[in-house]
Design a protein around this ligand. Structure first.
Ligand code: ADP
Length: 378
């Protein structure tokens, strides 16, 4: 009757045979024909007593005249059904198919839950490992920042002393230097200042990384700032055979950190001078756009290839050409400019072609936002 269902069927010839089968494998449903199997209820009790089959559905096939006591016993075993002879094949198949289907679904669920548990435990392991690595990297990064900061401090003091004495010698304090000595003193002073600037950049980088790079905000007169920067750069510009133009409109006040803005502007200007051939132009210009002041440095220099432009503000980045031609530099300048501008709540913009580059600092006139989170959002 059941073979048309196509399920694997196991037939037990006796009570002991049935007990053995139940011990050896799982069943979707067990039918016990009480008409032919003596001790059918004992078999049922055995089925219930085994952990493996304690929940397996039982169907008793019985004659209609079974007494109520038997029925009560049967039902007491739980998950039980009765089919009364004469058996209608379709009804029997219907019941068995229902249990088989339930069994298959339960199996599938158990397997899926097992797979999920395994996946979850694998993810938890991987996550734990990643967290450990992140902690370790954090630790290393902090150690590196500490190291850079300490070394930079240690280097700065003797260097400041060297520069002080060189200035004293240049000014003729202990006696006028000969022209040859004067030339040498100029070289010593220039290189010491370059070294000092590099140390300052490294210190700034470690402050940025430690999250303690802060601005000292006040009112900044952009016009005055730009003229001061122009005066500082003029000798280098002249030496490079360049023309420096300044295009600053009316007096323009801005809330920001004067010292840091000056530093950023000097960085942009020194790049413009460095990467522009003699007889070229460098221009500093300011204009207003809405609530922003735009300060740009334009040059007629070599430009930066498009595929390298996106890396310009990454620390230590130097364009291929600068490396090949061994142009001096560390690749920290633009990184620091970007940090300064972003701390002001602004953004850097670049336009560059083989005919020249323009670096623009876009700065909110009102100064850095009061809510530091808005910097992150921006
Ligand atoms: P540095 O000048 O010390 O190398 P920067 O961060 O200031 O570091 O600049 C990074 C690189 O970007 C430079 O090495 C150079 O290749 C390129 N670069 C910056 N400014 C200019 C410019 N005005 N023209 C051409 N290339 C530039």
């Amino acid at each position: 009757m059941l073979s048309p269902l196509g399920y694997p069927l196991v037939e037990a010839a006796s009570g002991s045979d049935a007990r053995r089968c139940v011990t050896e494998q799982d069943f979707a449903v067990i039918l016990i024909d009480l008409r032919t199997m003596t001790g059918g209820f004992d078999v049922a009790e055995f089925v219930r007593s085994r952990p493996r089959s304690t929940l397996t559905p039982l169907i008793f096939v019985t004659t209609g005249d079974r007494d109520e006591r038997e029925m009560t016993m049967g039902y007491a075993m739980g998950s039980v059904d009765f089919i009364v002879a004469p058996v209608v094949p379709a009804a029997l198949r219907g019941k068995v198919a229902l249990f088989a289907d339930l069994f298959a679904k339960t199996h599938e669920l158990v397997e899926r839950a097992q797979r999920l548990r395994m996946a979850a435990s694998r993810s938890a392991d991987a996550l734990g490992l990643q967290m450990e690595m992140l902690d370790r990297m954090d630790e290393l990064s902090r150690a590196k920042s500490d190291f850079v900061s300490k070394i930079s401090h240690e280097l700065r003091s003797p260097l400041t002393s060297v520069i002080g004495y060189v200035e004293l010698l240049t000014d003729g304090g202990p006696g006028d230097p000969t022209p040859e000595q004067g030339r040498m003193l100029t070289i010593i002073e220039r290189n010491s200042r370059r070294l000092l600037a590099l140390i300052e950049d490294l210190l700034t980088m470690s402050r940025v990384e430690a999250g303690i790079f802060e601005l000292s905000v006040g009112m900044v007169d952009l016009r005055e700032l730009i003229h001061s920067v122009r005066d500082t750069t003029e000798p280098a510009v002249a030496k490079a055979g360049l023309e420096l133009r300044v295009d600053v409109g009316a007096d323009r006040m801005l809330t920001g950190d004067r010292e840091q803005l000056e530093r950023a502007l000097l960085n942009l200007l020194s790049n413009a001078v460095k990467f522009t051939s003699p007889r070229g132009h460098v221009e500093i210009a300011t204009r207003t756009e809405g609530d922003d002041a735009l300060v740009s440095v334009r040059d007629t220099g070599t430009g930066i290839p498009l595929d390298e432009q996106e890396h310009l503000f990454t620390r230590f980045f130097r364009a291929k050409r600068s490396q090949e031609q061994e142009v001096p530099g560390t690749g920290l300048g633009l990184y620091i400019v970007k940090q300064i501008v972003e701390l002001h709540g602004g953004a850097m913009e670049v336009e560059s072609t083989p005919a020249g580059s323009t670096f623009t600092m876009r700065l909110p006139i009102g100064g850095p936002p009061a809510d530091p989170l808005s910097l992150v959002r921006r």
